[in-house]
Design a protein around this ligand. Structure first.
Ligand code: ZN
Length: 205
């Protein structure tokens, strides 16, 4: 792509670094911004800058939050004895939308994936295991996507908790194998939490 402007070329390059955005789309977006009032671009860049510099992670569940303890963890009506283990904030949002879960979450920040060089130490597994060993948690519900990485992660955590009294369960698979949680419809996802099954049973299947 030949550019008559270095400024435009740089902007297109940066925009095209985002996932799913090729050079052509990046060019279209950059030209769109040039046609809009200047403050629209200022709002965009300021929102992105603030997102990066001010975002916090909840000290208890590691979910993205604007404050030290997220709204869910700070809510005394939530049941702290049941923890739903998820990959990221999208899963928390999907499960919250079902309105079927009154426990707490633990956001791992990803799944164990040797292919992508993600090991247990790159996730918040240590903090989860610590939380359970401190006591007060009676059940962990694994709600990771049903992929090889999701299964590996569940099993790793399950092994780490051997010898503790915590009950482990996994969401029932109304969700097809390989599906990502965020794409499941609310009714299916809500039902799969209510109909969760003991984790040991899920391994035999
Ligand atoms: Zn939290």
């Amino acid at each position: 792509m030949e550019f008559s402007s270095k400024l435009l070329e740089n902007a297109v390059y940066e925009i095209s670094q985002l996932p799913g955005i090729g050079k052509r789309t990046a060019l279209r977006l950059a030209l769109h911004l040039l046609k809009q009032p200047e403050e629209q671009t200022s709002h965009l860049t300021s929102a992105l800058e603030k997102l990066r510099s001010q975002i916090k992670f909840c000290s208890n569940c590691h979910n993205i939050s604007d404050v030290a303890l997220c709204e869910i963890c700070a809510n005394p009506k939530r049941d702290a004895s049941t923890i739903c283990v998820v990959e990221d904030i999208r899963d928390v949002m999907a499960i919250e939308n079902t309105g079927q879960f009154r426990g707490m979450y633990h956001v791992l920040g990803g799944k164990i994936s040797p292919m992508e060089c993600v090991g247990p130490q790159d996730l918040t597994i240590g903090s989860l295991v610590g939380k359970v060993k401190q006591g007060g948690v009676t059940e962990l519900i694994f709600a990771l996507s049903s992929t090889m990485e999701g299964d590996t992660t569940n099993f790793y955590i399950f092994k780490q908790l051997e010898g503790t009294a915590v009950k482990t369960s996994t969401i029932a698979r109304g969700i097809a194998v390989g599906d990502e949680l965020e794409y499941a419809d609310e009714i299916t996802l809500g039902r799969s939490i209510l109909n969760r099954i003991p984790f040991e049973n899920s391994m035999k299947a």
